[in-house]
Design a protein around this ligand. Structure first.
Ligand code: MN
Length: 237
């Protein structure tokens, strides 16, 4: 069994070369994979499944043509991906967090933003954006209204992150340990921070491993798991 984990592509119609890179990745690296997991922020922005556009259609076609099983998790940019998108791509939507078993280990999958608990401003905004009330209200607006709101929020978010200290923008180690212990997971895979690495954490009884996936500009680090062999690999394009 071979599993591939990626995240944070931030696909954007303004960057067609990134979509080409993704296509190459799927052909080259996922050729012999049984399962592909996209752990959030596949898109730079997603304002609803009803937004027609050549770019999203291309991505849907790309994903629906995969021969492996596809699992998708929401990120902070594309949490409005819904049933229509998942049906079209034959993807299974995963809750954040999700626990899977690999070999005899519990492996926790997350996007990663909920672990950045020191950024209290962001966590407050996250709670609002992820609420049923906000989302149903937002999806009732016209496409162009939604685009305007998204643009405004991007601007605010950029302003916010530019004033933040580095460690505040990263996951909180204590929260990582707490979450892994709570879920009885010995491994954690997440993205979001764009700081690809393998970290060790002292858990209740064992040393746990945390695999952080990379973003895609200009290359990426992704996780390949064959049997119980976890490897953070580099993909250049
Ligand atoms: Mn993210």
């Amino acid at each position: 069994m071979k599993r591939i984990f990626i995240s944070d592509l931030h696909l954007d119609k303004k960057e067609p070369q990134l979509q080409e890179a993704f296509e190459i990745f799927l052909t080259a690296e996922c050729r012999d994979a049984d399962q592909l997991y996209i752990l959030g922020d596949l898109f730079e922005a997603w304002i609803g499944d009803d937004d027609p556009g050549e770019h999203s259609t291309n991505v849907i076609n790309l994903l629906s043509g995969l021969s492996c099983e596809l699992f998708l998790m929401h990120g902070n940019r594309d949490f409005l991906i819904g049933d229509q998108f998942c049906e079209a791509t034959r993807a299974t939507l995963l809750q954040d967090p999700s626990l899977i078993t690999i070999g005899d280990e519990n492996v926790l999958l997350m996007h990663g933003d909920s672990l950045c608990t020191l950024d209290t401003g962001y966590q407050r905004v996250r709670q609002v954006l992820r609420s049923e009330a906000f989302q149903s209200d937002f999806l009732k607006k016209t496409i162009s209204e939604r685009e305007d709101i998204t643009q405004q929020m991007r601007g605010q978010s950029k302003k916010h992150t530019s004033t933040m200290k580095e460690e505040i923008m990263d996951v909180t180690p204590e929260e990582v340990v707490r979450t892994m212990n709570e879920k009885k997971a010995t491994k954690l895979i997440h993205g979001h921070t764009h700081r690809p690495a393998v970290h060790e954490h002292q858990l209740e009884n064992v040393i746990g491993h945390r695999y952080v996936l990379g973003d895609w500009r200009p290359s990426t680090r992704y996780l390949s798991v064959e049997g119980s062999d976890f490897q953070l690999k580099e993909f250049n394009f």
